[in-house]
Design a protein around this ligand. Structure first.
Ligand code: FES
Length: 108
């Protein structure tokens, strides 16, 4: 069907590998930022800040449901990928996260 493609399930880490309020980058053809909010929810977006290409998984700061890029302080909603303030104006891609038997997977 036009516009659809099969997604692959990529292992990200064990649930216990990432604490609340932290993030990590999952390397690969499509680098993904995995966030665990202060409430313990997992979300995944494209890793690269849409402003000037900075890694959000490695360097982003999480506040609530937002990640802040440390380079120029753009904020994104990790649930939707939407930019919340200047200088970012383009949304991050988002990816489904699955938790299975203590493992975290991202559908890419
Ligand atoms: S590179 Fe992220 S705000 Fe500029």
């Amino acid at each position: 069907m036009e516009g659809t493609r099969t997604k692959s399930r990529r292992f990200a880490c064990k649930v216990d590998d990432i604490d609340n309020g932290e993030s990590m980058t999952i390397e690969g053809e499509t680098p993904v930022a995995l966030f665990r909010t202060e409430d313990g929810e997992f979300y995944a977006t494209s890793d690269t800040c849409t402003h000037e290409k900075w890694s959000l998984g490695d360097d982003g700061d999480i506040e609530g449901d937002e990640v802040i890029c440390p380079l120029h302080m753009a904020r994104f909603d990790v649930r939707t990928g939407e930019p919340l303030c200047f200088p970012a104006t383009v949304a991050l891609d988002t990816f489904e996260v699955q938790i299975d038997d203590g493992n975290v997977y991202v559908l890419i």
